[in-house]
Design a protein around this ligand. Sequence first.
Ligand code: HXC
Length: 286
Amino acid sequence: MAELYNQEIFKDEHIVVTGGGTGLGRAMAMRFATLGASVTICGRREEPLLETAREIKDNGGKAEGISCNIKEAEAVEAMIVEAENRQGNVTKLVNNAAGNFLAPTEQLTPNGFDAIVKTNLYGSFYATQACGRRWIERKHAGSVMSIVTTYAEHGSAFLVPSAVSKAGIIALMKSLAAEWGVYGIRLNAIAPGPFPTEGANSRLMPDERLAEKMYKLIPLQRVGEHDELTDMAVFLLSDLSSYLTGEVIYLDGGASLTSAGQFNLFTELPREKVMQMFESLRPPKK
Ligand code: HXC
């Protein structure tokens, strides 16, 4: 997609990326900066924030890292105030910060549930509200993009706090698309399939063979490249998608389709064998 738009598409933008120090957040922040944006990344750990901000600056971009625990409303508000003091009005937001772990639900503690839901859902709400309030007052048609997951809509075993919170984020994006459309504010989401990152893999993939098995079920037969996600993020945040709001884009190589269709498992067999099987089931010609 890189050739399809102006390479300075984000020239006058100040984009906040929550959780932007590592993983997909880092990839998005770096991409936005190459397209002219001033980027503010926030997260709990200062070290990766400063490291990512430094790398963006070394490449000629504009970036600031601000420590913030997005589970706390006051901390999010303070982070936005600080971001604007350093780089001017925030014009776009990416809700990316997320926690996750695998656990049997009957063993989850209230604290464990809170740790994920507060980070993912409350954090996205606080950041979206802090930006939206400002944009409405300033008559600025900002845009928000949230990272959710494909299992937010149909649920997932062993990932209940994540599924619940990401489903809440989708409801938040759609509700505010309806409520704030009148101000020109757009809110969309990306539901990524497997885009391996250190953070997600170390917590969610206990066995490499299991990962291989999961990846084989993807119709496009591979995991996603970070550039493919950042392309979609640019599209959703920018005027390239100016008539799109309240939408969730499944960016998963078709993975969610294969886990839904009962007969999709036939795609695992050689196509010739499948054809033979289908032929054998056909009633004889009259
Ligand atoms: C069971 C756990 C746990 C685990 C934490 N807890 N990890 N319970 N299994 N693996 C419980 C603790 O016991 C505690 O409850 C409570 O959660 C809070 O734990 P803390 O460590 O104090 O919490 P905190 O420091 O807030 O951080 C925990 C965390 C964090 C949010 C889980 O470690 C984390 O997830 N970081 C991940 C960052 C990251 O990589 N995100 C990308 C996610 S990828 P008690 O009751 O004992 O006090 C993603 C993509 C999904 O989501 C799509 C895949 C296809």
